[in-house]
Design a protein around this ligand. Sequence first.
Ligand code: GDP
Ligand code: CA
Length: 309
Amino acid sequence: MKITALAGGVGGAKLAHGLAQILPPEDLTIIVNTGDDFEHLGLYICPDLDTVCYTLAGLANPETGWGRTGETWQTISNIEKLGGPSWFRLGDQDFATHIERMRRLKAGQSLSQVTRDFCKAWGINHTVIPMSDNPVRTIVKTDQGELAFQEYFVHQRCEPRVKAFRFDGVEEAKAAPGAREAIQSADAIIICPSNPWVSIAPILAVPGLRPEMEAKQVAAVSPIIGGRAVKGPAAKMFDELGIQPSALAVAEQYRGLVNYYVLDKIDSQLEAHVQRLSMRTLVTNTLMKTADDRKRLAEDVLNFAGNIT
Ligand code: GDP
Ligand code: CA
């Protein structure tokens, strides 16, 4: 079964890794959010792409959910000593990724080409595609004004209250080469348990991608379990936008797009409500603590999605 998955960072990467343990390389394409990307220290940083790639390559730091395992911090601490910005933590190995990516982008390679080459170097055989090669920047409108995404997320630790989001540049952005085709040729689309506001919404906003998906069977896994995010500000964002955070609230965000919805056993009481949104439901364990959890959830989702095509 050919699957195209949409992913942000940590939650998306975990399910993508589960899917990659089951599906052969030609049957899995992962389209990754680039709304978090930014230039920092003269480098081009792609947090979600790197989290997905490091995770698939077995290089990810499982404790933090970002960055690499076995990391050292010489460069950033020396930058700090020189008076440079150190709020965005970049490890020494991670720096190499950003330096080499910047060199290639400056030399005229596209982000998707760089990603393809890096995947090859890291031994990743499944296809990873950034949503677009054109810059799209998530801007968070908050009670303290508009903030660039990493300014909000990392520097201000998600403390400002969220009012709305916009994705700068998305109207003019083109889907990256292969992204539309991957959706067209998929038997099912899987929306990973990523933040619906700032990881999945930017991908869906890239012109052409959502309409292409609407013609498909689309399954989504809730990133909200028992009314809380496993990690990150997703639940806080729902709250601040005046919506009670729940697996149902996420399903409502995906109304009209998703027809198959996976929610956690803890949330089984929401199943009937989700079904009223014209979604079929699967209730299973959705917390991925181990590599086995990732694989088992991926299996559950594939069986669910497999029955529907
Ligand atoms: P980010 O870009 O690194 O913030 O990553 P994502 O948007 O891909 O993932 C963040 C979301 O993943 C959060 O809303 C978490 O609740 C969710 N998440 C993280 N781990 C898990 C998990 O094991 N199971 C589920 N269902 N959701 C998870
Ligand atoms: Ca992210």
